[in-house]
Design a protein around this ligand. Sequence first.
Ligand code: MSP
Length: 519
Amino acid sequence: MKSFYITTPIYYANDVPHIGHAYTTVAADVAARWRRLRGDTVRFLTGTDEHGSKIAQAAAAKGQSPADYLEGVVAHYKALWTRLNISHDDFIRTTEERHKRVVQQVFERLLKQGDIYLGSYEGWYCVPDETFWAQGDLIDGRCPTCGRLVEKIKEESYFLRLSAYEKRLLDYYEQNPDFLQPKFRAPEIVQFVKGGLNDLSVSRVKVAWGIPVVSNPRHTVYVWIDALSNYITALGYDLEKPGPLFNQFWPADIHLVGKEIYRFHAVIWPVLLMALGLPLPKQVFAHGWWTVEGEKMSKSKGNVVDPHIVAADYGVDAFRYFVLREVPFGSDGDFSLSALAGRYNAELANALGNLLNRVLTLLEKNFDGSLDVPTDPVLVPARAGDWLADYDGVLSRLAFSEALEKVMGLVSRANKYADEQAPWKLVKTDLAKAHPVLVEMARALKLAALALHPFMPTVTQEMWSQLGESEPLAQAAPDLIKSGTIGFTPGQKIKKGSPLFPRKEVPGKAGSGPASKPA
Ligand code: MSP
């Protein structure tokens, strides 16, 4: 059995999640669910990044201890993942003992072998914000977030010797062309490394809320060694004796990240792994960013999209569908309620939902719900193995919108076939001719349910049951995908239920709009 390990970034626990965090997590979930449907052994990791002054400050602002504050934020994350039907196998928090212990081991090992050394860090420090800035970050010599004056500081810091790894990194990129994905983002990384790497400051004496450096506890580990190591600490990596999960799932198949942290995953993380003598992940994939109604999302603008609200208005499955359908994965995109309502109505309510409803109604009324009749496989070949193999290839490239186009192409062919054959007329004139037409459409819907399952786990299971399948979709899938046989068993009858996607009014049109707007 193939094993497949996919991760999301660990999200900063200084605030509650929004649509950007949900996007990465839903995408990883779809990839993980598809692999499970194929019968692979999957490990899907997400979690929270819980150290640093930003978190200590957020807690202080609420009059809470960091630990109490974190409990609250982490509960929000976990509740959202439950709501969005995320099927992660593990949730790592960087404040957990399993993580801290290994980060400390890793730091000491790299120090001992000379990949980490003690030097001094010079930079700009915003005292009230407790934040370090590089010269280039400053705005008119002031802190870019609070606008106050910054102080130039020079202090002791440990450094990771990135500069020693330039050649090895470049060789790795060249020999592993699939590592940097999507391909159009790779040159940015290669150029960055070719431009020469500075050693990276990896400890602070001024940040108390962090993992102490064992051999020099005045220092705490600063950001990236702590954060990136989560991908192995969660598998039970240990310098003395890596656990069985590590042996089974490392190297990761895909680290999914937003484009702003691509560089850290494509440069620092490989260096850390090389220094530890560990294999590198097979792929780092950076997706684009969402704007909202054409604008950057920000708290001050008040346009931050809360996935809970969208899911309440449109359903969890439609939310998951929309974010991966709207924008080619990898590119930037814009979220708008009118685009959401438009796609929901055109693709989910009209094309998919109505098709199912029409087919089931006609089968129920005229054939006692029976699916038991041989069909002429015009929509779906008798063996749909090629279709599924192609679909598998598309999803393996994480080309989610392309995958959804492929399924919706099948659905629109089924709708066109319905228009041509007009089974609602045929049932009045030629029942024997009408039956196979309807069952052929049901076959297309069965294949669509299977293919859409990772995107819309609940609704597709409902479609599946309405089509009279008794074995749960997820259980039936591995054999079905292997055999490619999409059909119905003798005596199988549909079980019509309520319509899957009730139509929505498009926002902006008179007397309409979803119940509430994203906060
Ligand atoms: N803690 C670091 C990551 C460490 S990984 C070892 C971090 N956390 S974060 O909370 O800022 O989350 C960043 C991630 O959230 C992005 O990489 C991306 O996956 C997602 N997004 C946040 N805002 C986003 C958009 N506006 N659009 C799309 N995704 C974005 O960085």
